[in-house]
Design a protein around this ligand. Sequence first.
Ligand SMILES: Nc1ncnc2c1ncn2[C@@H]1O[C@H](COP(=O)(O)OP(=O)(O)O)[C@@H](O)[C@H]1O
Ligand SMILES: CSC[C@H]1O[C@H](OP(=O)(O)O)[C@H](O)[C@@H]1O
Length: 396
Amino acid sequence: MTIVQSAVYEPLTEQKATALAVRLGLFRDGAPLLCREIGDGNLNLVFHIVDQETKQGIIIKQALPYAKVVGESWPLTLKRAVIESNALRTFASYVPQYVPNVYYSDESLAITVMEDLSHLQIARKGLIEGKTYPLLSRHIGEFIAKTAFYTSDFGMNQQEKKKLAQSFVNPELCKITEDLVFTDPFFDHDTNNFEDELRPDVEALWEDDRLRLEAAKLKRKFLTEADVLLHGDLHTGSIFASDDETKVIDPEFAFYGPIGFDLGQFFANLLLNALSRPESERRPLFDHIDQTWDVFTSVFSELWRTESVETYAATPGLLDEVLRQAFVDAVGFAGCEVIRRTIGLAHVADLDGIDQKVERLAAKRHALRLGRRLIVERAELAGTDGFRRLFVETER
Ligand SMILES: Nc1ncnc2c1ncn2[C@@H]1O[C@H](COP(=O)(O)OP(=O)(O)O)[C@@H](O)[C@H]1O
Ligand SMILES: CSC[C@H]1O[C@H](OP(=O)(O)O)[C@H](O)[C@@H]1O
């Protein structure tokens, strides 16, 4: 591939993205290219460029110097593009089957050029349409287990781990999560966004000292525990899927954090989808939660037993304790994510897309009750069946 001189940052247009793809030699000479900006996330531009004859495509993702969902009043570091491309490359060294191939990245332009995954569907969209993706949880369980183990002090040289952690220090993106996931929804903050009818339910949360204390403990964990390299935003909108393939995208929030965080985000987004479904169609979501945890624990445990670099790994009881704590934390993080996706700044289409207002409000009240119990009772869940129990107990 031709390497171009790095350029001065400017936001790309469809025309400029096409010219860049040509300059990079990513298409054959004279290929008839069609480019569309398809970004539907909260933060970045995403250009899809396709050779109209061969139908082969690429993706150019570019960070904007602000959060797209809010506008220029919320400046945001361009460095997140470097974090994203480095995280994709790091994950690819452990689980290449679960991430897009990165063809090129340029720090000054804040771009990542990557494999086009348009033959797959964003899992959130498919789940909303009622798809079940039979392998989704097997793949995500393995993705989380391998990336967590191999980036931990048990799976890699401990001096190298510190250097890797340094390269993923990501303060601005972490602050978004610290504010939007762990803080603002639990206070009367102006980033919150919810229907007027929910105000009494939301005010009850704000007055709940027990809930605030537990949310504060979870935030503290997120702030202080540099355990493993996390994706950092592993919701179903960050996963492309089909019946037999799964690819994780969008790790711009990657950083070294508590091992239960990615698990919790994924569980929560499965629960958010379950909240939008009639009871008879919820089972696949709970089965996915079971399967994610089962695959995660078996893959992680096997790696721990066979590849650990830490002397204490063979100490009876240590692995069990690591897994127990990961589960308790994941449940609590899931509760925070369920609440913030219901009343915080960034919602999910699973809930907001429920057409009938009465049903939508009922699902959101259910979400708030469920999220609260997940946070407060996280140590008492005793296994993934606890998600089913709390879901039913908070139905009304
Ligand atoms: N590798 C890819 N292949 C095909 N489409 C992609 C790819 N990466 C992103 N997209 C599309 O762009 C959208 C936004 O991408 P995402 O990385 O989630 O952006 P943001 O960081 O703004 O949330 C995705 O929902 C998907 O439709
Ligand atoms: C102002 S960012 C809000 C929200 O958006 C991110 O998600 P995505 O990049 O996938 O759209 C992340 O979840 C942030 O919390």
